[in-house]
Design a protein around this ligand. Structure first.
Ligand code: NDP
Length: 478
């Protein structure tokens, strides 16, 4: 990623990175390891300017970066040394004009810098306006972090704030989930194999389920979670994006068509009604630190979605997500239709024939089929062929996303239309939520979730993840 001549076009590689909020938590957890990874893997060699209020020096910033990569377990002495040489700290309040003067001096002649906004959404308007005033409306890129609003109205407002100063092509909305290898694995598996296309529709698919389960609670993030809940924290963003990738039409091939097809799918999803939603809260949540003792915030949500398109009409889609469940794992389960009649007089498990896509903690795509048990009798058993398997994600998502943003590649970022389309789906239940049901820690959520899926079920619980330190991947037949 060494930069060549810079131009003000959408494909020029950024020649400087400015990180607003460099003293904060997100940068410590994710951005320094990603930057070191880019230095090691792609030869990143550009000025990296951190801007925040704390009274730090360049050396303080370097020490913080070192602590970050050490804690992440990824310290690489040679790469870190190169990274540290490029780090510069600019101290200043985002409301003060001189902050941007100092920042511009540090950015130097770069025409296409990338501005990473690891800052509270409340300061977006002042920072974006100041960047525009500093002459960066053309050529620069702006990376912003979720949450992209709290509901449809605030998402629209945020997009208007950004568009007042930057074109959509310069805005990169990070949802790190989209940068994960397994999520890209789905896109690849779907569109690199034409054999799937004829069966990827209502004629052959009986139902689609997505489960994101965590076996832990809110920990010390109770205060944050009280403002979010499962719908805002994971359903509106990660899980609806995953759904869009699973169900979208094939993209035409140019860089924007991927986002357009995802948005089209989300626009075809009917907005949720109360009867299609179950909210749950794990027992003990109200005693967690930072949580209101009478809180009605959901730590579990299950929804039934309907997609109004020719391809998907009548195919039930179920998504559930929750904390303090029986396992920590995320899977999508695509169940194929059963044979029209039982040819061998045995009752076949409803879910025998399926594609299972595992997102975490390990990564795989597996095809489930009913196979004959050797012997005289025509009886069978369920079997699964693992097509591709990896013990865990290989490249940290932030590294991949940062590299793409610097090159102006937009496929893995959320678009304005896509964000608004997904808020439109959940908006009705944010304003008028159904009651919250209590559930036991270590269970699969409240009993009402089983009633929700009814005859389209049962819910398929993801298997526990395999713990391994092996970083190699396997593919069947290799
Ligand atoms: P923090 O509160 O830890 O950090 C905020 C940063 O912004 C600090 O560097 C702070 O500087 C700086 N800042 C805030 N206001 C000003 C100001 N007026 N002038 C100068 N600097 C200012 O937040 P996080 O790192 O946790 O989160 C950042 C963003 O990323 C948020 O939008 C959050 O929602 C999002 N996010 C965070 C995740 C996480 O895991 N933390 C995960 C996903 C998204 P200083 O402290 O020096 O004053």
């Amino acid at each position: 990623m060494r930069t060549g001549d810079s131009t003000e076009n959408e494909t020029a590689t950024s020649e400087a990175i400015v990180v607003f909020g460099v003293t904060g938590d997100l940068v410590h957890k994710q951005i320094f390891p990603a930057l070191q990874g880019l230095v090691a893997d792609e030869g990143l060699d550009v000025p990296i300017i951190g801007v925040a209020r704390s009274a730090w020096t360049d050396d303080d910033l370097r020490n913080r970066a070192k602590d970050s990569v050490q804690r992440a377990g990824s310290f690489d002495a040679a790469a870190f040394e190169k990274l540290a040489r490029r780090l510069v700290y600019v101290r200043g309040d985002y409301g003060a004009p001189e902050t941007y003067l100092h920042m511009r001096e540090a950015v130097g002649k770069a025409r296409n810098p990338v501005f990473y906004m690891a800052i509270p959404p409340s300061v977006f308007p002042v920072v974006t306006a100041a960047l525009a005033e500093s002459g960066y409306s053309r050529g620069a890129r702006v990376i912003i972090e979720k949450p992209f609003g709290r509901d449809l109205a605030s998402a629209v407002e945020l997009n208007e704030t950004l568009h007042a100063h930057f074109p959509e092509s310069a805005i990169f909305r990070i949802d790190h989930f989209l940068g994960k290898e397994p999520v890209q694995n789905i896109t690849y598996t779907r569109f690199a194999n034409s054999v799937l296309e004829p069966i990827w529709n209502r004629d052959h698919i009986r139902s689609i389920q997505i489960t994101q389960a965590e076996d832990f609670g809110v920990g010390n993030r109770g205060g944050f979670y009280e403002e979010a809940g499962a719908v805002r924290d994971v359903l509106q963003n990660h899980l609806l994006q995953l759904l869009a990738i699973l169900m979208m039409d094939p993209p035409a091939g140019n860089q924007d068509s991927y986002g357009v097809e995802k948005t089209m799918l989300l626009r075809a999803v009917r907005p949720l009604r109360k009867k299609n939603v179950v909210r749950g809260q794990y027992q003990g949540y109200r005693s967690e630190k930072g949580v209101d003792p009478s809180s009605n915030v959901e730590t579990f949500v299950a929804v039934h979605l309907e997609v109004d398109s020719w391809r998907w009409a009548g195919v039930p889609v179920y998504i559930r997500a929750g904390k303090k469940l029986a396992e920590s794992s995320t899977e999508a389960f695509i169940e194929f239709k059963r044979p029209p009649r039982e040819a061998f007089g045995e009752s076949i498990t409803p879910s025998s024939s399926h594609l299972r896509v595992r997102i975490s903690p390990d990564v795989f795509v597996a095809l489930g089929l009913r196979v004959k048990i050797p012997g005289e009798r025509m009886v069978g058993e369920d079997a699964e062929l693992t097509v591709t398997s990896c013990p865990r994600d290989l490249e940290p998502p932030y590294q991949r996303l940062l590299a793409d943003a610097m090159r102006g590649k937009r496929e893995l970022f959320a678009s304005e239309d896509g964000v608004e389309a997904s808020w439109r789906i959940v908006d009705p239940i944010l304003n008028d939520p159904p009651p919250v049901h209590s559930y036991r820690s270590g269970s699969w959520g409240p009993a009402e979730a089983r009633k929700l899926i009814g005859v389209d079920g049962p819910w398929i619980n993801p298997a526990p993840g395999g713990e391994t330190t092996d970083r190699s991947c396997t593919r069947s037949g290799t």
